[in-house]
Design a protein around this ligand. Structure first.
Ligand code: LHQ
Length: 262
């Protein structure tokens, strides 16, 4: 399947989506959102066991395409909430609820909603030259696309507040030190490491990994007792599948497991 604004492929259980408007640092416009929506439906419906998201060119994503709206004097006021409801909210929820690990390889700057979308992914790797910018305040806007949810949970209120009120550039290395992302890597190693992880997950116990991500995300809003109940329910479900059997048998037989994802 080919798209105008993204690159998409699915092979060997690995789905790859590359934001592909490099001349605009892969800023989101409506057409790219529609491409992404369609591709994510394919990822969910197909044989993918992992998704790898990245950006073409020197940036990951500069957030909303600021050329898309006419804000000249006399132009009608835009309904920004509508754009969020139509595009960003479904995108963030689609990534979060995808029943497989989602790796984001942040190859360059991630600004505004571009940073929000990166942080909605499960494992975020970033090139050393990349950075994260809560650019919203520079436009007089509120952080969106899940930023006010994810940022304080990842780095705490003080850092989330400073980043959001000041809009300073956070270099990838500091993002790793602050726990915003999983790993910062030398630029020339980013994609190799992302591909290594994608290959690893493509033969992983996909259903168990999907339940794991669900449980970790649910914990932010649950009591201990609710979370213990959730673990019981998920483990009960997973225990019925083939991969648990295979994992235990492989351990006993001292061989690598051959997970089929169920
Ligand atoms: C861009 C953009 C861009 C268009 C670079 N749009 N062209 C907002 C409103 C509505 C509803 C939904 O929610 C949102 C959420 C948001 O995402 S708000 C935040 C929007 N993003 C920004 O404010 C970031 C704007 N960009 C920048 O600050 C810089 O470009 C960064 C710091 C990302 C990168 O700086 P540089 O590396 O110096 O690159 P550059 O500025 O030279 O950009 C390269 C080209 O990309 C340039 O075009 P040109 O034709 O001059 O070469 C930029 O105009 C274009 N570009 N971001 N968001």
């Amino acid at each position: 399947m080919t798209y105008q604004n993204i690159l998409y492929s699915l092979a060997g259980g690995i789905a790859r989506i590359t934001l592909n408007r490099p001349e605009k640092l892969n800023a989101f416009n409506a057409a790219m959102h529609l491409d992404l929506r369609d591709a994510l439906i394919r990822v969910r419906a197909g044989k993918a066991r992992v998704l790898l998201l990245s950006g073409a060119g020197r940036g990951f994503c500069a957030g909303q395409d600021l050329d898309e709206r006419d804000l000249s004097p006399g132009a009608p006021a835009p309904d920004l909430g509508h754009g969020l409801e139509m595009h960003y909210k479904p995108l963030v929820l689609a990534l979060r609820t995808l029943p497989m690990p989602v790796i984001c390889a942040v190859n360059g700057v991630a600004a505004g909603a571009g940073a929000s979308v990166a942080l909605a992914c499960d494992i975020v790797l970033a090139a050393r030259s990349a950075s994260f910018i809560q650019a919203f305040c520079k436009l007089g806007l509120v952080p969106d696309a899940g930023s006010t949810y994810n940022l304080p949970r990842l780095v705490g209120t003080a850092r989330a507040m400073g980043l959001s009120l000041l809009g300073d550039k956070l270099p990838a290395e500091q993002a790793e030190n602050w726990g915003l992302i999983w790993k910062c890597l030398p630029d020339d190693q980013l994609m190799a490491e992302a591909e290594r992880l994608a290959l690893h997950f493509s033969t992983g116990p996909t259903k168990g990994l999907a339940r794991t991500k669900q449980a970790i995300y649910a914990s932010a809003d649950n009591t201990l007792e609710q979370q213990l109940d959730l673990e019981c329910a998920y483990q009960r479900d997973i225990g019925l599948g083939q991969d648990y059997r295979e994992g235990v048998n492989a351990f006993k037989e001292k061989r690598p497991p051959r997970f089929n994802g169920d």
